[in-house]
Design a binder for this molecule. Structure first.
Ligand code: PBG
Length: 320
């Protein structure tokens, strides 16, 4: 047996490579922070910036020049607490759509963690002991409609409340936004790897001693059946794209979803996963581009069609 014949030179390696990520199926997350007057580097996400309402245009122009046209928009609003005010992100969104039209595709994150005073993804009961499901879903559905009105191409609910996909789908259909798609964070796990993101969005849960983490709504990494059931349910409720998040150490789920459900799967290589690679590279322990490409290749091999990465804007360059 000579396996090395297939590895012998670039030509034969190219001929036999089948798990090849395509930059056209990458989504670039973008933060837009109301408190900023110009773009600001994120201390915990190397090479990533938070944009201001004005700086975001140049950033998107640059991405378009690099072949990246799909974005996942995360707002960091100034005002937190009820009644929720979604006007910052809706004004950013409608301005962007006015400027760029169909040259860009924007998925708008739908969650309350950047809006609640306590940083949880939904509304808390009066005693602070529970995240209320029905109350949260009803606000999320209203929020989704406001985003669709502002021009969102896709709604991406990341809150992990039960029944939100069905509620959002109904609300969008009833208001005439039946062509706005839903990318559901269906298999979203409770994880240590969201740290840099929460830093950027000031969205760490801080509701005192009662609910210190998101374990009562995000999926336990030890419960793969729960993740599969959540994906089946979201698909049945009308999700067009289902997501697995984090990506690398949950790629078994990507593979299993592809076996069972005929929906596009998005893998979200989250902030902590991204930053681990950045830190390795900064210490000279890995080549930055090659390391990201290796991860993207593994997600493609597992079956993910769509990759969400903080390094997406380099995808065309690095994959060529
Ligand atoms: C908020 C949300 C989170 C991420 C995306 N949307 C954080 C969380 O659930 O605490 C994480 C993204 C990342 O880490 O890159 N619902």
């Amino acid at each position: 047996m000579n396996q090395r014949r297939l590895r012998a030179n670039r030509a034969i390696r190219e001929l036999t490579a089948t798990a090849i990520p395509d930059y056209r199926r990458f989504i670039q997350p973008v933060f837009v922070d109301e408190s900023l007057s110009e773009r600001a580097p994120l201390a915990t996400l190397s090479g990533v910036f938070s944009e201001s309402k004005n700086s975001i245009y140049a950033s998107i122009e640059a991405d378009l020049a690099n072949g990246i046209s799909k974005f996942l928009l995360f707002p960091v609003p100034l005002k937190r607490g009820e009644p929720f005010d979604f006007s910052f992100v809706t004004s950013v969104l409608s301005d962007l759509k006015r400027q760029f039209g169909d040259r860009i595709w924007i998925a708008a994150d739908v969650c309350l963690c950047a809006y609640t005073s306590h940083g949880h993804c939904g509304i808390l009961s009066n005693d602070g002991s529970r995240v209320l499901n029905a109350e949260s879903v009803s606000v999320l559905a209203q929020y989704a409609v406001e985003l669709a009105k502002a021009g969102a191409d896709c709604i991406a609910p990341s809150d992990m409340m039960d029944g939100r996909i069905g509620a959002i789908r109904r609300a969008l259909d009833e208001t005439g936004f039946d062509t706005v798609s839903i990318m559901s964070y269906a298999a979203k796990f409770q994880s240590q790897f969201y740290g840099p993101f929460r830093d950027a969005c000031h969205s760490s849960p801080n509701a005192g001693n009662v609910l210190k983490d998101r374990k009562t709504y995000q999926i336990s990494p030890a419960n793969p059946s729960d993740a599969l059931e959540s994906v089946r349910r979201d698909a049945a409720e009308g999700a067009d794209i289902v997501m697995v998040k984090p990506a690398t150490h949950f790629s078994d789920l990507i593979y299993r979803i592809k076996q069972e459900i005929d929906k596009p799967v998005a893998a979200y290589h989250v902030s902590g996963e991204y930053q681990s690679i950045e830190l390795l590279a900064q210490h000279g322990l890995a080549d930055r581009a090659s390391a990201h490409v290796e991860i993207w290749t593994s997600l493609t091999r597992a079956g993910a069609e769509i990759i969400i990465s903080y390094a997406a804007r380099n995808a065309r360059k690095w994959l060529e």
